[in-house]
Design a protein around this ligand. Structure first.
Ligand code: ATP
Ligand code: MG
Length: 549
């Protein structure tokens, strides 16, 4: 990694403290979990949580579970489960156990019975509207439900009949008996179970009552022996309920919940619900569209997992609200790729160059990396006709900083000769279609006295070049916070978020491996697309930050 990584944050400090006070005897007792709901693909915000939870387990040599929070029955979850596992693995992490909240449905139910027996839970027949009316507000206490004092026997009987399917959806819930006057709304007799006659992708039709998130989450942590249950700040107000569940369900080893602030990334969206809208509306081609801030989208674009690790280290873990600039993520990609990406030449907007004093064919051996010899060399053919980029040739310019080819002047072709542009051809509309040039003899890999090349440009041999489609991605949105603007996120989708180029690339690129980024000299980092049969490269990131310039 390109920098000294400081792996500390307030959660690690809590763990260190727990170890020094003897709360946990050995670092290997540290047990975390990552608990996604399988209702979409993971996004960059999840990467932050994954790096935190799995990173802690790795560093303390403890364990991290992958727990699917599937308390919400829904059919099409298998695709999401598989995608989530693939993403976590791609990030380089291995879970200790693959768990499903649904594995614990019977155990949750048993704990619900325990709570009833302790007089701490009751079945409520109120309608949703009545429940809302009794809940109170932030400034006013709620009211006790008329069903709150039901006998233990009646509650046990009703819960069992709820489970057997005797009652329709919404007709009853099981509630914790806590405090309707609590200033924390989450403690005003929250629901523990609701009736839903819906098939579940893991448990089929076994259950028609499903546990609520807070209850299931706390108990799931407890059953798995989680020590540090790390979640995002919106659950801070739920912690008293989390603790209530743990304290009253006779749990031996108590897990503790800690909260950190969510990642919010500018020009992107980190909400599965809104990402789902982009997919279902066809705004993007799928969850793994390279413009998506999903882990699978970033991967398909060619972002290496190390760049996401570096990003998560750099943004850190705190409790303060944040909005991270996209530039930070892009810079992490550059920092990782500069060291490890092999160099290639690709001409995105080709224009032909014909050399008048050269008709040989050379196989040039070019280094794959300017600073790392260990990356080896490759053969790049050089011949009489070449392609260069249209933007690299002008007839004349006053711009002293123009370090490319000007009619009548010299430029160095990367790894090859110095050439001089002597003439050009234009079409009927005056567009330049061909540059006529000559090589300066004896300048292959060396300078010639008295001749000064303005700069170095990239090229490919016209007859050897391979055609490739190059997808240049720009930001998906035109504003930093599309979800905070008026109207819908669709109103802020960048119409130019994909610019397709028909490029000419070096012949070796036809065997490029998938999703491994190259630096196309002077253009940026590009990686071959996994899904396309033909040769397609996606732009991972530009060489420099050019946004808004
Ligand atoms: P979304 O709002 O996108 O649906 P979620 O929180 O409902 O997100 P889950 O699948 O429940 O998604 O999240 C799994 C874990 O990832 C949770 O612990 C959650 O706190 C964490 N997480 C989700 N989004 C972010 C984010 N933007 N930054 C950091 N962690 C996140
Ligand atoms: Mg959620």
């Amino acid at each position: 990694m390109s920098e000294e990584v400081i792996r500390t944050n307030f959660i690690r400090q809590i763990i260190d403290n727990d170890l020094s006070t003897g709360k946990y005897k050995s670092p290997s007792e540290v047990h975390t979990r990552f608990p996604p709901e399988p209702n979409g693909y993971l996004h960059i915000g999840h990467a932050k949580s994954i790096c935190l939870n799995f990173g802690i387990a790795q560093d303390y040599q403890g364990q991290c579970n992958l727990r699917f929070d599937d308390t919400n029955p829904c059919k099409e979850e298998q695709e999401f489960v598989s995608a989530i596992k693939a993403d976590v693995e791609w990030l380089g992490f291995q879970w200790h156990a693959e768990c499903y909240a649904s594995d614990y449905f019977q155990r949750f139910y048993d704990k619900a019975i325990l709570l009833i027996k302790k007089g701490l839970a009751y079945v409520d027949d109120s309608s949703a509207e009545e429940l809302r009316a009794m809940r109170g507000t932030l400034t006013e206490p709620g009211q006790n439900s008329p069903y709150r004092e039901r006998s233990i026997e009646e509650n046990l009987d009703l819960l069992e009949r709820m489970k057997k399917g005797e009652f329709p959806d919404g007709s009853k819930i099981l509630r914790a008996k806590i405090d309707m006057a609590s200033p924390n709304m989450n403690l005003r007799d929250p629901a523990l179970y609701r009736i839903r006659h819906v098939e579940h992708h893991q448990t089929g039709t076994d259950w028609c009552i499903y546990p609520m998130y807070d209850f299931a989450h706390a108990l799931g942590d407890a059953f798995e022996g989680i020590t540090h249950s790390i979640c995002t700040l919106e659950f801070e107000d739920h912690r008293p309920l989390y603790d209530w569940c743990i304290d009253n369900c006779e749990i031996e080893k108590k897990p503790h919940q800690y909260e950190f602030s969510r990642l919010s990334l500018q020009y992107a969206i980190t909400s599965k619900r809104k990402l789902t809208q982009l997919v279902t509306s066809g705004t993007v081609t799928g969850w793994d569209d390279p413009r998506m801030p999903t882990i699978s989208g970033l991967r398909r674009r060619g972002c290496p997992p190390e760049a996401l690790h570096l990003f998560c280290e750099r943004i850190g873990v705190t409790k303060s609200e944040n909005s991270i600039e996209m530039e930070q993520l892009e810079q992490c990609m550059r920092d990782i790729l500069d060291d490890k990406a092999e160099r290639r030449m690709a001409v995105l907007d080709p224009i032909l160059v014909t050399l008048t004093n050269f008709d040989e064919h050379l196989d040039l051996e070019l280094p794959n990396h300017p600073k790392n010899e260990a990356l080896g060399k490759r053969i790049t053919p050089f011949s009489q006709t070449l392609y260069i980029d249209q933007a690299d040739f002008v007839l004349s310019t006053e711009d002293k900083k123009f370090k490319r080819l000007i009619l009548g002047d010299y430029v160095r072709l990367r790894g090859a000769y110095i050439i001089k542009a002597t003439d050009y051809k234009a079409d009927a509309d005056g567009n330049i279609i061909e540059v006529i040039a000559e090589i300066v003899p004896d300048t292959l890999g060396k300078n010639a006295e008295g001749i000064k090349a303005r700069g170095v440009i990239h090229w490919v041999s016209a007859k050897d070049a391979v055609d490739a489609q190059v997808n240049c991605y720009e930001r998906l949105f035109t504003v930093p916070h599309p979800d905070r603007e008026e109207g819908e996120i669709f109103d802020y989708v960048n119409p130019n978020s994909l610019i397709i180029k028909n490029a000419k690339v070096e012949p070796v690129l036809k065997d490029a491996p998938l999703e491994i980024a190259y630096q196309f000299e002077r253009e940026g980092y590009f990686a071959r697309d996994r899904k396309e049969d033909s040769l397609v490269f996606n732009r991972v990131v530009t060489l420099k930050d050019s946004f808004g310039k």
